[in-house]
Design a protein around this ligand. Structure first.
Ligand code: G16
Length: 546
């Protein structure tokens, strides 16, 4: 494409998606996220960038997802998906931020600059897959995305309303046809098909029962499970709640983030004692389990629990199949409960690494293992298998001793059931249900594997959340001055105390995490740290209360 034809980039921007706000916006933990009415020009520009990225990747397909995932309804967002279905390469985040913030008048020249900088061959074809969540603002933004793609003569393909992980899956399949078929149906065939296959081999046993309640967060995940439910032939009896009707609002007092952070059951879900419930978030890239006992006390089975459940099952299957050379490792963030990390290292004897918040960081670290299990405590995670692991397991399934073959064969189904591109609530749900069924256990048994330290998460609003900077996988805070030493002082006054603060990359807040020996102490420590943030980092609004 000759540079003169970039004129259309400016024309589209001025005519259809003008920049109407001067609020600076940054590519954060999972793309751009803010109030939906501030995003149209940003999404249009990301359409341009997706085309450039596709050309830099030799015409391979790039994904664009319109979603603000766990955020409330008035927000929206956009993120780019790389050809292997992974999050956008981090070095491009700065380019994305630059392009999103220039004035309309500078857009044409900045686009030309970026093309030159990344050495994109604009004569190549470019392909962009676009998906969106159920927010009422999403269709308009998806149209802006498509216009961005068209402005640079790329080919957009719109998937309509899909979960974020379905879009990641389709991008991967489009670029690697050995992974599956790049359609929503192709996703169901692979993930649900593998679950049904595995169920043929693993009869229901012990205390496991096939009924699962699901909190759909009034988002897209519940709707897709409603489609899947019809094909499950009783292998799993899904009872679905919060499907978006009856006035239920997206992520409001329900969904994985609400359940994890508030440590309360969601509204809109029926409860039966000891019945396990899976809570999804708005775009179904996170999942949390919980149950209530006969006194209505709630027990949370969060991302750490899911990670340990999956890691221990895979470890056993690898041992049973004789694949001793394959190295399994687990990746967590600073939010991982101290109880889980102790259990992983001391009981499971699995290597564990800690990285910064954000699936992009976890995913990358997990690739260092033959089998990398990664989960954030908030329920965002999956398992990735190296080519070597897949080949080794497939070889054993063909050539091993009969018992080894059976274990390897189950693992192959397990791998097929896994969406390796990103954390996926639906795929994770089937993985968890498979392991619980294989072990013949109910949720209380799962919970008993280790004890969590009581913890609390809070949010503090400050003038500029970037006043907080961190190091050591966000466990230490380097600015503002004096905050870390204050946190250190506070932590030492509590038994088993631990706390950290970090700026959110998806909401305009500073997050505070604390754990201690009792819930009361964890709550107090979190509140004291929140006050320190408020005082030293320019808090606005009401001072956090003790
Ligand atoms: C996104 C990211 C997650 C992250 C979460 C919160 O989740 O994908 O990795 O843990 O935001 O991030 P922060 O604390 O920076 O706001 P989701 O489900 O909203 O896409």
């Amino acid at each position: 494409m000759p540079p003169s034809s970039l004129r259309v980039v400016y024309a589209f921007a001025r005519e259809m998606h003008p920049k109407t706000s001067d609020v600076f916006i940054q590519y954060g933990t999972a793309g751009f996220r803010t109030k939906a009415n501030l995003l149209e020009h940003v999404v249009y520009r990301m359409g341009l960038l997706a085309v450039i990225r596709s050309r830099v990747k030799n015409g391979r397909t790039i994904g664009m997802m319109i979603t603000a995932s766990h955020n409330l309804e008035p927000d929206n967002g956009v993120k780019l998906v790389d050809p292997d279905g992974e999050m956008l390469e981090q070095s491009w985040e700065e380019i994305a931020t630059r392009l999103a913030n220039v004035s309309d008048n500078d857009l044409e020249s900045t686009t030309a600059e970026v093309i030159k900088e990344v050495n994109a061959d604009m004569a190549l074809k470019a392909s962009v897959f676009i998906g969106m969540d159920t927010r009422y603002t999403s269709p308009r933004l998806a149209a802006a995305a498509a216009n961005g793609v068209i402005a640079l003569k790329g080919t957009p393909k719109e998937f309509g309303i899909v979960t974020t992980p379905i879009l990641h899956f389709c991008v991967k399949c489009r670029n690697d046809n050995t992974y599956g078929t790049p359609t929503e149906e192709g996703y169901y065939e692979k993930i649900v098909g593998a679950f049904k296959n595995i169920r043929q081999k693993l009869p229901v046993s012990g205390d496991y029962n096939t009924t699962l309640y699901v909190d759909g967060a009034n988002g897209v995940g519940g709707k897709k499970l409603n489609i899947i439910k019809k094909s499950l032939d009783g292998e799993l009896d899904l009872k679905l709640f919060n499907l978006g009707g009856n006035g239920g609002k997206l992520n409001l007092n329900c969904g994985a983030d609400f359940v994890k952070v508030s440590q309360k059951p969601p509204v809109g879900v029926e409860h039966a004692p000891f019945q396990r419930v899976a809570s999804l978030d708005g775009d179904a890239d996170r999942i949390i389990y919980y149950f209530l006992d006969d006194q209505n006390v709630m027990y949370l089975l969060d991302g750490d629990r899911i990670a340990t459940l999956l890691a221990s099952y895979i470890t056993r299957q690898l041992a049973a199949s004789g694949a001793h050379t394959l190295r399994l490792g687990l990746v967590q963030t600073a939010y991982a409960n101290g109880g889980s990390t102790k259990y992983i290292t001391e009981e499971l004897k699995v290597p564990v690494s800690c990285v910064k918040t954000g699936v992009k960081h976890l995913h990358h670290a997990a690739l260092a293992y033959d089998v990398g299990v990664y989960f954030e405590a908030n329920g965002h995670g999956t398992v990735v298998y190296s080519d070597n692991a897949k080949k080794t397991i497939a070889r054993i399934a063909r050539e091993g001793e009969p018992e080894q073959r059976a274990a390897a064969d189950l693992l192959l189904n397990f791998i097929d059931m896994t969406n390796e591109t990103v954390g996926d609530a639906i795929s994770d749900l089937f993985l968890v249900e498979t392991v619980l069924c294989a072990r013949g256990i109910a949720a209380p048994h799962w919970l008993a594997s280790y004890q969590d330290l009581p913890c609390r998460q809070l949010k503090v609003t400050v003038q500029d959340r970037n006043a907080i900077s961190t190091t050591d996988a966000e466990r230490q805070c380097t600015s503002p001055e004096g905050l870390q030493s204050r946190i250190n002082e506070l932590v030492t006054t509590y038994k088993d105390g631990r706390a950290f603060v970090r700026p959110s990359g998806t909401e305009d807040v500073v997050r505070v995490y604390a754990e201690a020996d009792t819930q009361l102490n964890a709550d107090k420590l979190a509140a004291e740290v929140a006050q320190a943030v408020f005082e030293l980092a320019g808090g606005v609004g009401a001072r956090p209360e003790l």
